[in-house]
Design a protein around this ligand. Structure first.
Ligand code: PMP
Length: 363
């Protein structure tokens, strides 16, 4: 048999028909496409950090429990003693782990529509049934729609990003409480953007028997360390811990995160700067005639004039500015761009470029 024939026979149709997750090439660009933190650390700290990494024993497997990170992280995030933590190689890995627990169970997973694409991507990858939950005109929970959907689907797992990506808004607390109280599913509140909002649902993981909270360090300056966490009652965490790959958090990441947490005020100060810059970006884009959606995250999503999102995206790219074009990705995201809040310099460069485009394209 040829290699091609073997692939036909051995790789399931579902995989062959799929596509690898595409990441835009950002070489040399101002990167405003992936909700990263734009700031780097002062050089004296980077020198200390390099020293710490140089002393990592890479000949040994990592600490399987990332013990040195637990206490400082718990303290920084004010995670109650009654809750346990499971670490993942990014929260992507935790999403994968949670969904994979449903393989062959016949049970479904649900998430708002639109929201973070990986919920559906991973459900499809594991052949776990996925059900969209409808959002109302303000992209808030459509309570009746959700209740009907949950009754019909009877899911085992519901992901709720709070705030949502890519719409940027928080879901109403009252509606969320109604959903949590009316479902028998496990509700995972995904607080990936917790650093940029005052909303905090950690206490729900204490109060409600069916709530877990997921967080990540990706948005606070540690995207490269791939460090996510699932926080919840020890009874839940110990079940999912059985599915975690041994040594899933590598030694370099553990060391980097431990070091970063020793300097947590820097992380906080950077997130505060991003929040301030977000206010400016919303104001400035609004004053240029864009319909800017309210955001509690480190990005803003804007609706452009009809059929203008892609030309603006392409024209910005020619100017070495990379944003995310959502047009075409979802029926409700037509003509939209998602722009990560960058540093003050990056935001200024973006605004100047947009002013030029307005003049050139006559937007
Ligand atoms: N949840 C949401 C809502 C996200 O937007 C993202 C990343 N964009 C993630 C989870 C994944 O984050 P991580 O980098 O920790 O895998």
């Amino acid at each position: 048999m040829t290699r091609e024939e073997l692939i036909q026979v051995l790789i399931p149709e579902r995989v062959r028909q799929g596509a690898a997750y595409h990441v835009q090439d950002a070489t040399g660009m101002i990167k405003l496409d992936a909700m990263e933190n734009p700031f780097v650390w002062p050089s004296y700290l980077r020198a200390q950090y390099a020293d710490r990494l140089a002393n990592c024993g890479l000949n040994r497997y990592p600490d399987p429990y990332a013990s040195a990170v637990r206490a400082p992280l718990r303290q920084w995030m004010k995670i109650p003693e009654s809750l346990d933590i499971l670490f993942g190689n990014g929260s992507d890995e935790i999403i994968a782990l949670l969904i994979s627990s449903l393989i062959s169970s016949g049970r479904s997973v649900c998430a708002p529509d639109p929201s973070f694409v990986m919920f559906k991507v991973l459900a499809d990858q594991y052949s776990v049934n996925f059900q969209n939950l409808p959002l109302d005109v303000s992209f808030d929970i459509d309570l009746d729609g959700w209740l009907a959907c949950l009754l019909e689907t009877d899911p085992a797992l519901i992901f709720i990003p709070q705030p949502n990506n890519p719409t940027g808004n928080l879901f109403s607390r009252e509606r969320l409480a109604k959903i949590v109280e009316s479902t028998k599913a496990l509700v995972v509140i995904d607080e990936a953007y917790t650093a940029f909002t005052d909303a905090d649902f950690l206490d729900w993981a204490v109060t409600y028997p069916n709530v877990l909270v997921m967080r990540t360090l990706s948005k606070v300056g540690l995207a490269g360390s791939r460090f996510g966490m699932l926080v919840g009652h020890p009874a839940w965490i110990s079940e999912f811990d059985k599915m975690r790959l041994p040594y899933n958090i590598n030694t370099l990441s553990q060391t980097a995160v431990q070091f970063a947490l020793e300097h947590a005020p820097i992380l906080e100060e950077q997130s505060l700067r991003i929040r301030k810059e977000r206010t400016k970006l919303i104001r400035e884009l609004g004053s240029r005639g864009f319909n800017v959606w309210p955001s509690e995250a480190n990005f803003v999503t804007i609706k452009c004039a009809v059929d203008q999102a892609r030309p603006i995206f392409e024209a910005l790219k020619l100017r070495q500015i990379l944003v995310k074009c959502l047009d075409g990705s979802h029926p409700r995201l037509g003509d939209t761009l998602r722009i990560t809040v960058g540093s003050p310099e990056e935001v200024n460069t973006l605004l100047i470029a947009i002013d030029q485009l307005v003049a050139e394209l006559g937007l």
